[in-house]
Design a protein around this ligand. Sequence first.
Ligand SMILES: *[C@@H]1O[C@H](CO)[C@@H](O)[C@H](O)[C@H]1NC(C)=O
Ligand SMILES: *[C@@H]1O[C@H](CO)[C@@H](O)[C@H](O)[C@H]1NC(C)=O
Ligand SMILES: *[C@@H]1O[C@H](CO)[C@@H](O)[C@H](O)[C@H]1NC(C)=O
Ligand SMILES: *[C@@H]1O[C@H](CO)[C@@H](O)[C@H](O)[C@H]1NC(C)=O
Length: 280
Amino acid sequence: MFLPCTLYIVLYTATLAKTAPIPLEMVDMSYVFDNTTLHWPTQRKFELFVLENGTQEEGYWLQIEEYFSGVHVGTHMDAPCHFAKGRWSVDQIPISHLIAPAAVVDITKKAEEDRDALVQVEDFENWEIVTGQSLDGTIVLIRSGWGKRWNDREAFTGTTGNDTTKLHFPGISEEAAQWLVDNRNVYGVGSETLSLDNGPSQELMAHRIILDKNVFGLENVANVDMLPIYGATLYVLPMKIGNGSGAPARIIATFPKILHGKDGKSVTERTLREIIIFNK
Ligand SMILES: *[C@@H]1O[C@H](CO)[C@@H](O)[C@H](O)[C@H]1NC(C)=O
Ligand SMILES: *[C@@H]1O[C@H](CO)[C@@H](O)[C@H](O)[C@H]1NC(C)=O
Ligand SMILES: *[C@@H]1O[C@H](CO)[C@@H](O)[C@H](O)[C@H]1NC(C)=O
Ligand SMILES: *[C@@H]1O[C@H](CO)[C@@H](O)[C@H](O)[C@H]1NC(C)=O
């Protein structure tokens, strides 16, 4: 049957208009900022000082605080200029890079066996094989299961002290970082841990390689275990600090509720196959 092109368009839009919007699941991927928030040991902790919090003489309520903090504290962005001269600062990153699909690369199993485990090239390649998607145009999130340790400084960082040679947590290998920037165009790379590099790293090669390509980093990202490995959209909203090498960030993920399924199973319980079929 041959219908004029305009008729196809009319039929198509009529079909769209009848489609109910897909309800979205929303995940808050930022931790609260307070004076217990974890951070790289040499950064100044977050502190809130209350200036006013009560009824004023004039009869109205007033609450005002001031805060002091390193910029690399809690859930935050590493701007490319943090480790690469002349690259974008937080305020210079195009907003088109801040809203993008999340590619969740799971290394939970090897991180359980080795707390200094490294993401390897094959972890990125496996994500593409399993999802049938390219990492191009995504924000890569490394899922290590580390978020479960957030409330315990020693479990999360490897030490309760400030000695950065005693840190232990998973990260990205130099080879994997190099492969990613050489072969794919990603907007950002995020981790559940304190750093893109693993704890023992002194050279910080993952930071140096990734940020040099104007790709931003995200650290101490919360609730990564609540995302499907493919199908979520990330909204990365760092404070717009002029010339800043980093900033606290509110990160939100959304994905179609249907990924949870009518059976009420969570995304982590669902098989990858079900998720992929939905996304086709
Ligand atoms: C942390 O903040 C709480 C109030 O939120 C305060 O009671 C406590 O004294 C603070 N601790 C430090 C070490 O500043
Ligand atoms: C201000 O006072 C209110 C009411 O007493 C309290 O709930 C709130 O936590 C206080 N805010 C701060 C920052 O201390
Ligand atoms: C770590 O550094 C902070 C801030 O400089 C300091 O308050 C704290 O006591 C230090 N902790 C240890 C265990 O030395
Ligand atoms: C960034 O720093 C330069 C000087 O190095 C200054 O001229 C410029 O105004 C600063 N930009 C912002 C947004 O603060």
